[in-house]
Design a protein around this ligand. Structure first.
Ligand SMILES: CC(C)(COP(=O)(O)OP(=O)(O)OC[C@H]1O[C@@H](n2cnc3c(N)ncnc32)[C@H](O)[C@@H]1OP(=O)(O)O)[C@@H](O)C(=O)NCCC(=O)NCCS
Length: 98
């Protein structure tokens, strides 16, 4: 899912509400490790870059600290981990400049 103008961007991480937000990103267990996650993320970024809901400087997402598969996938795609915004018991945010 892709969100925009999302209140918890500011509430949880102090990010601008007008950043795009990719969430609930998941691939059916039966189809994992076949490249679909990488391709779906590429297409999601491509979609966000059309600014479907309005102008924005960045797109963000977050992941559980122990979710190394998701972390690597996002960082490889160009997201930058923002440990400075991370607080205990929350997910780690990462940002992709548009
Ligand atoms: C994270 C997720 C979306 C990745 O989807 P996927 O289709 O399996 O990913 P891909 O096949 O495109 O693989 C992407 C990379 O992750 C690696 N990878 C995927 N599953 C892996 C696993 N279980 N263990 C180790 N590496 C794995 C692949 O080898 C690939 O690495 P590469 O870029 O070095 O080649 C999927 O594992 C998933 O839905 N997980 C459960 C939900 C979840 O955690 N979502 C993220 C929430 S923030």
């Amino acid at each position: 899912m892709v969100a925009y103008d999302c209140p918890w961007a500011t509430q949880y991480y102090g990010l601008p509400k007008k950043y795009y937000y990719i969430w609930r990103f998941m691939i059916d267990r039966r189809y994992q490790k076949q490249g679909f996650g990488k391709e779906a993320l590429r297409l999601a970024i491509k979609f966000v870059k059309t600014f479907p809901c309005g102008e924005s400087k960045a797109c963000w997402l977050s992941y559980e600290p122990e979710n190394e598969v998701a972390r690597k996938l996002y960082l490889k795609a160009g997201f930058v981990e923002r440990l400075d915004l991370y607080k205990e018991d929350m997910e780690i945010p990462a940002i992709f400049e548009l």
